[in-house]
Structure formats: structure tokens, C-alpha cells
Design a binder for this molecule. Structure first.
Ligand code: GTP
Length: 347
């Protein structure tokens, strides 16, 4: 049986303040928590058992796994101190132990990589590890992977702000033979990218596998929003209407409203509005270009533009939230409050 390990123990500092109350793996992606997308993606790849390597907010993840009755498929491996991207594999070695290669994925990627095809390519490739690589443009600095004509990885170039180039990047999805886990030192944090892959590349035991579908890293608020909006445009999910309330004329597509949201009279939603489950939009509220996490209440006549609002938050009546704002989960924004563009509300 193939086993997978999701690296989900980082502190997600770049997603603060949203990540103060919610682990990255529970962030909604067009209304569906990342953990659900990931477990479905891994099961489509025929991965029978999944280890969640966790540490920050691990109790919340444990509760969510229990609530989903995933206990027989998903096991948590909890680090006392963060072990980086390699150490968690060593810690979970006894759970991963068998002759098959292991599928390792960063817990913050959203992609349609065909894991079955990746595993087959790895087995046919005669190397110790295979990294899925994805082609990026020049818009953002990324660390690049150098491939030879046979798709062996022969080197890595550090991320450089000055030197933005088109090229192939490490997509954070790996297939590793058991020998690679044996190479990882125990009892300390280890970086796969800096300490393990360069050694394998020097030994010509590392391949790249070019992915040409979609791939997003949702590690920053900006990238998280961009991924959601792009997926919304792709309309990969069916667009559902709210159960009651908002007349169609007041719902502008593309938008995604979870089926169990409640929307009051005269509320205006969209375009580019994503409401996670159990959001309540009171009468006359308007929301555009924004993502709202679950169980949040948007008070009467409030106005939200270009923002992300965390879970179980209350936006007061008549409040205004300006473009580019981020409101943490579990907070109350008072009635009538006006938050200028780019405001950050902490919890
Ligand atoms: P930032 O603090 O914003 O950089 O986010 P992060 O902590 O998640 O780090 P990064 O985005 O570089 O991590 C990539 C993936 O590896 C994420 O899915 C993290 O959860 C995971 N990760 C990073 N460090 C650790 C760790 O020490 N232990 C485990 N289990 N996972 C980790």
C-alpha cells in the first residue's frame, strides 16, 4: 500500500493573522478546507494511508480529522519542536516503513498533479527520489531547479529578487525511496531542499517530473487570494446559489456561496465573492472581491471589498472594510467601524 505524508507543521507566519487561529491545512479553498482537497487528491492517487506531520495548532487538526471520521486512513505524527521538511519523515519512519516509495507533499499546495502517473514515472526512472516541477514565469522570484536533457536534476538555483527568470520550480510534491528516509539524520530539524536533495542531485539520483496542469502555493495571503480567485474563474466547482434570500440579480458571478449560507434581503454578493459554509449575510450587506471563512456574520448594511475575513468573526452593522484588508478569525468589528484599505485586524 502506498503511503503519503503531508508536511503540515509550519507556523504559517506569512498567513498571519488568519493562521493564528487556523492551521493552513484548514484554510478554505473556494469553500472547501484544504485538508479535504488534499485527502481526496491523495486517494485519487491510490495512496491508502496518510500521515499528517503536524505541530503548530495540532489539536485543531486532530479534532478535524476525528470529525471527518478519517481515523483509519489519516494518522497524525506530532513534533515537539519543528523538524523542518525532512525531520518529520524520520520521526514517522515506523509509520512509513515498507518497501514502497513514499509520497510527500507540502501542506500548502493546490494542484491537479496526477500522483499515480508521478509514482509510475518515479518507479520507471531508476532514481532515489523524484520531484514534481512546475514552470513559472518571471513575475515572482522562485528558487529554480536545473534539469538535464534526461530530466535528471543537476542543480538548484537560490531564489533571487533581482534575478526573476522563467524556469522550473520545486512544486513541493515528492516521491522518495525508503533509502532517502534512511539518509535523514534523526533528532533535529532537517531541510529536504537544502540538505537532502542537493546530495542526491550530485549523485545523479534525483529526477524532475514536469507538471503542466495547475499549481498554486497558498503560503502568503496574496497567493492564497490569487489561487482562490483563479480557481473560481476556472469554474472547477459548480457554482451554487444560497438556499434562501438573495435574488439572483444581486449575485454577480463568478462567485461561490456555500449551500448552507444564509443571505438576507437586499444583500449584494460578487463578483469574486467566496462565502465558506455557515456564513450569515444580513440584510443590505455587500461583499465583492473577498473571501469569508466559515461561521462568520456580516452585519446589516456592512460593506466589504477586496478583503479576507477569518472564521467565526462578526462584522458590525454598517461597518466598512477597505480593499486589501485582512480580519483575523474570532474577532468582532464594532458597528459603524470604518477600516481603510490594507487594514489588518488581529485577534
Ligand atoms: P511560513 O512561516 O509563512 O514560511 O510558512 P510555513 O511555516 O508553512 O513554511 P513553508 O511555507 O516554507 O513550509 C512549506 C510546507 O512545509 C508547509 O506545508 C509547512 O506546513 C511545512 N513545514 C514547514 N516547516 C515544518 C516543520 O518544521 N514540520 C512540519 N511537519 N512541517 C513543516
Amino acid at each position: 500500500m502506498l503511503k503519503g505524508l503531508i508536511l503540515a507543521g509550519g507556523f504559517a507566519t506569512r498567513l498571519r493573522p488568519l493562521s493564528c487561529s487556523k492551521p493552513k491545512l484548514l484554510f478554505p479553498i473556494v469553500g472547501t478546507p484544504l485538508i479535504d482537497r488534499m485527502t481526496e487528491w491523495l486517494s485519487q492517487g491510490n495512496i491508502g494511508r496518510v500521515i499528517l506531520a503536524v505541530n503548530h495548532l495540532s489539536d485543531k487538526l486532530r479534532m478535524e480529522v476525528a470529525a471527518r471520521q478519517l481515523g483509519d486512513r489519516v494518522v497524525l505524527s506530532v513534533e515537539e519542536t519543528p523538524l523542518g521538511t525532512g525531520g518529520p519523515l524520520k520521526l514517522a519512519a515506523s509509520l512509513l516503513d515498507n518497501s514502497d516509495p513514499v509520497v510527500v507533499v507540502n501542506g500548502d499546495v493546490v494542484t491537479d498533479i496526477d500522483l499515480g502517473a508521478l509514482v509510475r514515472a518515479h518507479k520507471a526512472g531508476g532514481v532515489e527520489a523524484t520531484i514534481a516541477v512546475f514552470s513559472v514565469g518571471e513575475t515572482k522570484p522562485f528558487g529554480l531547479v536545473t534539469l538535464d536533457s534526461d530530466d535528471r536534476i543537476v542543480g538548484f538555483q537560490e531564489k533571487s529578487v533581482k534575478n526573476r527568470r522563467r524556469g522550473w520550480i520545486n512544486a513541493g510534491v515528492y516521491i522518495l525511496n525508503q533509502n532517502v528516509i534512511e539518509m535523514i539524520p534523526s533528532g533535529r530539524a532537517v531541510s529536504l531542499e537544502r540538505e537532502v536533495f542537493p546530495v542526491l542531485a550530485d549523485q545523479r539520483k534525483l529526477r524532475g517530473w514536469r507538471h503542466t496542469g495547475f499549481w498554486y502555493d497558498v503560503g502568503t495571503v496574496q497567493d492564497y487570494v490569487a489561487a482562490n480567485m483563479d480557481l473560481l474563474k476556472r469554474r472547477e466547482r459548480s457554482l451554487r446559489e444560497p438556499k434562501r434570500g438573495v435574488p439572483l440579480a444581486l449575485l454577480e458571478q463568478p462567485s461561490y456561496i456555500s449551500g448552507d449560507c444564509v443571505v438576507g434581503t437586499g444583500a449584494k454578493l460578487g463578483p469574486f465573492t467566496i462565502l465558506s459554509p455557515k456564513v450569515k449575510v444580513e440584510n443590505g450587506a455587500s461583499v465583492r472581491d473577498s473571501i469569508v471563512f466559515e461561521s462568520t456574520v456580516l452585519g446589516e448594511n456592512c460593506r466589504i471589498e477586496g478583503s479576507v475575513i477569518g472564521e467565526a468573526t462578526r462584522i458590525g452593522r454598517g461597518a466598512k472594510i477597505g480593499k486589501g484588508s485582512v480580519v483575523a478569525g474570532e474577532v468582532t468589528v464594532p458597528d459603524g467601524e470604518v477600516l481603510g484599505p490594507g487594514s489588518i485586524v488581529l485577534n
